[in-house]
Design a protein. Structure first.
Length: 421
C-alpha cells in the first residue's frame, strides 16, 4: 500500500467527512462559477473501488479506493502516494462527500471476502449498472461479521435477580359495567415515528350484558385525573403507578438520519439508565399484570397514537407468560466460516425468535404471536436486540476469528448453552 494516501474515518465507523478530507489537502472546489468535472464508479475488484475521473481539459484518470477498518486508502493513476493526494484523487473523493459533507464507505468495506487470485467472491454479489457499483451478501450469507463492527459488551453486572412474587389473580367484577384493563403497547422503531419502548397503559372498557367479555373501550387512562372508577384494590393502584412511570420514560431518543429505520436499536440506548429502569418496571409489573382478566396488546405505530379512545379492532387479546425464556446458541462450523445463531428455550423446546418484531424486552415465537415472554436479564435484552438486526445469526470468516469476536464467542459459551450442529 505504498502508493495509497490514508484518510481516517470517524472513530468506530466507515464515515469520511469533508472536514477530514480538507485537512489533508490544499485543493478546493472554486467558490464561484461552474466546476466542470465528472466522477464515475467503474468497478469493484479485490476490495478496491475504481473511479473514472475527468477534469476540464484534462485526460481521463483513475482513482482507486480501498476501505479498511479505520481509514480510506486512496491512490491514483497520477501523482498520489503516502504523503500526497493528487488533484484527481481529491476531487473524486470530494464528489462522493459533497451531498451531505460526509460519506459512509461501509458499502465498500469487504475485508477478506474476495479471492485475491480470481477477484471473485462466493459470499458477495458484485454488480455494475451504469455508473453504480452494487455489492451485497448473497441471501444465505446474510449476517457476516466485519472487523470493527460494534459488538455487545458482556458484563458481570446482571442487576437484581427477579424476586419470586406470587401472581395476582383478578376475580370477576360484580355488577360492573365499566372495568379497568391494562394494555401492552409496542411498535417497531421507524425513522420518522415517535418511537417508544414497550410499556403498559391502563384503559377503561365496557362489558357486554352478560358481563363475560369486553364490548368496547371508553379511553386510555393517561393519568389519575382520567380515572373515574371507584374501589380500586391495592394491586390495581400499584400497577397504575407502574404504568404512569413507564409512560413518562418510554419515548426513545430520535433516530439518526443515516440509521436503518426498521432495525434500529442503538447500543447506547439499550445500555442507558432509562432502559434499565424500564426493564425493572416490567419485572415489577409482571406478577400484577399476568393474572388480570382484561389485558390487551396495541401496536401503536408511534407514541402520538396512544391517546383517546382505542379502536376495538386494534386491541388484541394477549398473554404475558411468567415462564422465563432461556437464551441459547447454535454453533455450526463450515469449511471457511462459522455460523452463530441465537435461539431461546422454553422447557426443552428450542424456538426461533420472531424476525418481524423488535424484541426489546420480550421473546416471541411465530407460532404464538400474541404471547409475550419477558427476558430474564438486561444482558438477554442486549443480545436479543443485537442479533435481531441480522435475523438472529452471525457468520464469521475463520480467517477473522480472532481478537474481539473470538472473545465474545468465548464469553457467550461461558454464560449460555451452545448447541453444536
Amino acid at each position: 500500500m505504498d502508493s495509497f494516501f490514508s484518510l481516517p474515518f470517524k472513530p468506530g465507523t466507515r464515515v469520511l467527512t469533508l472536514d477530514t478530507l480538507n485537512k489533508h489537502s490544499d485543493f478546493r472546489k472554486p467558490r464561484m462559477g461552474f466546476w466542470d468535472s465528472s466522477c464515475k464508479r467503474v468497478k469493484f475488484e479485490n476490495e478496491i473501488l475504481t473511479l473514472q475521473v475527468k477534469l476540464k481539459n484534462e485526460p481521463v484518470e483513475y482513482v482507486y479506493l480501498k476501505v479498511t477498518e479505520s481509514a480510506l486508502l486512496v491512490s491514483c493513476s497520477v501523482d498520489t502516494d503516502q504523503t500526497y493526494l493528487s488533484r484527481h484523487a481529491y476531487f473524486a473523493v470530494y464528489q462522493l462527500l459533497s451531498t451531505w459533507d460526509e460519506f459512509d464507505f461501509e458499502q465498500y468495506y469487504w475485508p477478506g471476502f474476495f479471492d485475491a487470485a480470481t477477484g471473485l467472491s462466493k459470499f458477495v454479489v458484485n454488480s455494475n449498472l451504469y455508473d453504480t457499483v452494487s455489492l451485497h451478501f448473497r441471501v444465505r450469507y446474510h449476517g457476516f461479521y466485519k472487523p470493527g463492527h460494534v459488538l455487545p459488551a458482556i458484563t458481570d453486572d446482571e442487576g437484581k435477580p427477579t424476586a419470586a412474587v406470587p401472581t395476582v389473580i383478578e376475580s370477576d367484577p360484580e355488577n360492573a359495567e365499566a372495568v379497568l384493563g391494562f394494555c401492552l403497547v409496542d411498535m417497531r422503531p421507524r425513522r420518522w415515528a415517535t418511537n417508544h419502548w414497550p410499556f403498559l397503559i391502563p384503559y377503561v372498557g365496557y362489558l357486554d350484558k352478560n358481563k363475560s367479555a369486553l364490548k368496547g373501550f371508553k379511553s386510555f387512562v393517561m393519568n389519575r385525573d382520567n380515572l373515574f372508577l371507584p374501589d380500586l384494590d391495592d394491586e390495581q393502584q400499584q400497577l397504575l403507578d407502574i404504568c404512569f412511570e413507564m409512560k413518562q420514560i418510554a419515548v426513545m431518543d430520535h433516530i439518526p438520519k443515516d440509521s436503518e429505520p426498521h432495525l434500529w436499536i442503538l447500543q447506547d440506548q439499550i445500555t442507558s439508565d432509562r432502559f434499565t429502569r424500564m426493564f425493572e418496571l416490567w419485572r415489577e409489573a409482571m406478577p400484577l399484570f399476568v393474572g388480570r382478566m382484561y389485558k390487551n396488546h396495541f401496536y401503536s405505530h408511534g407514541m402520538k397514537n396512544v391517546k383517546g379512545r382505542p379502536r376495538k379492532k386494534d386491541m388484541k387479546p394477549c398473554i404475558l407468560s411468567r415462564e422465563v425464556p432461556q437464551l441459547c446458541f447454535i454453533w455450526k462450523a463450515y469449511d471457511d466460516y462459522y455460523k452463530l445463531e441465537l435461539r431461546f428455550k422454553l422447557g426443552n423446546q428450542v424456538y426461533v425468535p420472531s424476525e418481524w418484531r423488535s424484541p426489546i424486552f420480550f421473546a416471541y415465537t411465530e407460532e404464538i404471536p400474541h404471547t409475550f415472554y419477558l427476558l430474564g436479564s438486561l444482558l438477554d435484552c442486549q443480545l436479543m436486540n443485537f442479533f435481531q438486526k441480522s435475523d438472529y445469526r452471525m457468520l464469521i470468516l475463520k480467517t477473522q476469528f480472532e481478537g474481539r469476536i473470538k472473545d465474545l464467542v468465548n464469553q457467550l459459551r461461558g454464560r449460555y448453552q451452545f448447541i453444536p450442529r
